[in-house]
Design a protein around this ligand. Structure first.
Ligand SMILES: NC(=O)C1=CN([C@@H]2O[C@H](COP(=O)(O)OP(=O)(O)OC[C@H]3O[C@@H](n4cnc5c(N)ncnc54)[C@H](O)[C@@H]3O)[C@@H](O)[C@H]2O)[C@@H](O)CC1
Ligand SMILES: Nc1ncnc2c1ncn2[C@@H]1O[C@H](COP(=O)(O)OP(=O)(O)O)[C@@H](O)[C@H]1O
Ligand SMILES: [K+]
Length: 460
């Protein structure tokens, strides 16, 4: 900002927001637009945007939340362009009810906590009205840095974000408030590592293990699956189904559900004893449907290869044993399992996913993949956390986590590190869920089958 003339970034921002609003309105001329203007630069962005829309023939009304502390140059620009101004949120109701578009410039990255009491009713009015709601930078009231929502917040149809995505636009619950998100490049160079990364197709394609000319099944990696029980043989079948599609050259199964596994997947190498008797593998998956088999979990954690621990395995894994491991460990809890490990409620984990996943990674000295509406993957330390962009609610179906654990374990066996295996596994799994569902409900086995389509889609 210091290197640019005063107001340059704001003009770039306003130009981008105006273009997005015009797309949404279809016709700017004759439309009725209401600006919700807070006391900071977020309000300034809204005012400059309003001025541009007014010049193109929109009827623009600015509602000033704190009339004495309003971005002066932005306000002057709006007035010059013919916009009208109402002073105080108590006058907002009538204009919002008549509006085609409401632009939320109450607060941006300078916000703390949920909306203050004077601003909170505006969020409700905007939501109840028939107007489209566009948030400037992020929906006012959500936490930009964490995705937490502590109190009232605006619900937007579209968020036009400036310079870079903020964690709050990618992590639930805040993500849901943002609607669709459009990034406007205002020419900011961002310093240092980001706090959060979302892999894209090209990143995933570069990480997927592909056999070379000299590959054989052992060099591609063997993944071991210690899962399932007499009560839950299906978990073993689904984990193997995922593992067969994850790039390892062979899948070993160790446990009591070998007959069910072999009936469905004859290519699996099955044994019924303890995992440490099953032969060499390059990575283990332990836990899905495993019941109370603590010995299998301990045997796997004592192996000097990467280990993925899921489901029942998380409850049975000794924390000191996990911390003492030298090979990588990847824990894959859903919010309920994470809550049990942290000794908090499920709601607390779902309300603060970023904090929770970091805390778990620190406590266990392991990489953690926290599943759910937003899937996050964190390794211990301050490095960037990964957020999976491909998830879909259709994945919330029994057994789909078992598929994920097999798939991700297979990527570990093929040589990806825990953070990459977790993020690539979640990416393929989410995409497979979308492709398999295609707008209709799916079972977990459909997701496993669609992993190949997801893989091709990424490689395309
Ligand atoms: N930093 C940059 O490089 C740029 C920033 N821009 C804009 O500037 C914004 C940040 O501006 P500011 O730092 O002035 O801060 P904001 O405008 O985001 O918020 C600060 C104001 O909001 C009030 N406020 C704080 N918490 C609130 C709450 N819970 N409820 C109601 N009001 C609350 C504060 O009293 C303060 O006056 C960005 O979000 C973006 O819109 C853009 O203009 C482009 C460039
Ligand atoms: N609302 C949601 N949106 C996106 N993905 C979801 C949602 N709910 C669950 N998932 C995904 O579905 C899978 C469910 O896994 P899990 O909870 O372990 O179920 P199960 O134990 O039945 O296999 C995880 O990959 C999770 O991230
Ligand atoms: K805002």
């Amino acid at each position: 900002m210091a290197r640019l003339p005063d107001g340059t970034l704001m003009q770039r921002a306003a130009a981008g927001i105006t273009a997005a609003c015009a797309d949404l309105l279809g016709r700017v001329y004759g439309s009725r637009v209401v600006l919700l203007v807070g006391s900071g630069d977020n309000g300034g962005d809204a005012l400059y945007t309003g001025a541009r829309l007014a010049k193109r023939g929109a009827g623009v009304t600015a509602v000033l939340l704190t009339p004495d502390r309003t971005h002066p140059a932005g306000l002057a620009a709006l007035r010059r362009a013919g916009g009208t101004v109402v002073r105080g949120p108590e006058h907002a109701e009538a204009p919002i009810r008549r509006a085609h578009l409401v632009i939320d410039g109450i607060v941006g990255i300078g916000g703390k906590g949920g909306l203050r009491p004077d601003a909170a009713p505006l969020a409700d009015l905007a939501q109840e009205s028939r107007a489209a709601v566009v948030a400037v930078d992020l929906p006012s009231g959500v936490d930009a840095g964490t995705g937490e929502v502590r109190g009232a917040a605006v619900r937007a149809d579209l968020t036009v974000t400036l310079g870079t995505h903020k964690p709050g636009l990618l992590v639930d619950p805040a993500r849901e408030y943002a609607g669709s998100v459009r990034l406007v490049d205002i020419g900011l160079a961002l310093p240092g590592d980001p706090e959060l990364e979302a892999l894209q197709h090209a990143d995933v394609a570069a990480l997927l293990p592909v056999p070379g000319a000299e590959s054989d099944k052992y060099r591609r990696g063997v993944v071991g699956i210690a899962a399932g029980s007499a009560r839950y043989p299906g978990a073993a079948v689904l984990a193997v189904a995922g593992a067969l599609r994850g790039g390892a050259g062979a899948v070993r199964y160790a446990g009591p559900a070998g007959d069910a596994v072999i009936a469905r997947f004859p290519e699996t190498l099955v044994s019924s004893g303890s995992p440490d008797q099953a032969g060499r593998v390059q990575a283990w998956v332990v836990g899905p449907g495993a019941g109370d088999d603590a010995d299998a979990v301990t045997a796997v954690l004592n192996a000097d290869v990467p280990v993925l621990v899921d489901a029942d395995g998380l409850r049975l894994a000794d924390r000191d044993l996990v911390r003492a491991r030298r090979a990588p460990t990847l824990l894959t809890p859903h919010a309920g399992e994470a809550a049990a490990l942290l000794g908090v409620s499920r709601e607390e984990v779902e309300g603060a996913r970023l904090t929770s996943v970091r805390k778990l990674a620190e406590r266990y000295g392991a990489t953690v993949l926290l599943k759910g509406s937003t899937t996050l993957i964190a390794s211990p330390g301050d490095g960037p956390v990964r957020v999976n962009p491909t998830g879909t609610g259709w994945l919330a179906t029994a057994g789909s986590g078992d598929v994920l654990s097999g798939l991700t374990g297979s990527l570990l066996a093929a040589g990806l590190d825990a953070l990459d295996a977790g993020s690539v596994g979640a990416y393929l799994h989410g995409l497979a869920g979308r492709l398999a569902a295609d707008g209709a409900p799916v079972g977990a086995h459909d997701v496993a089958e669609a992993v190949r389509d997801a893989w091709r889609d990424v490689m395309d």
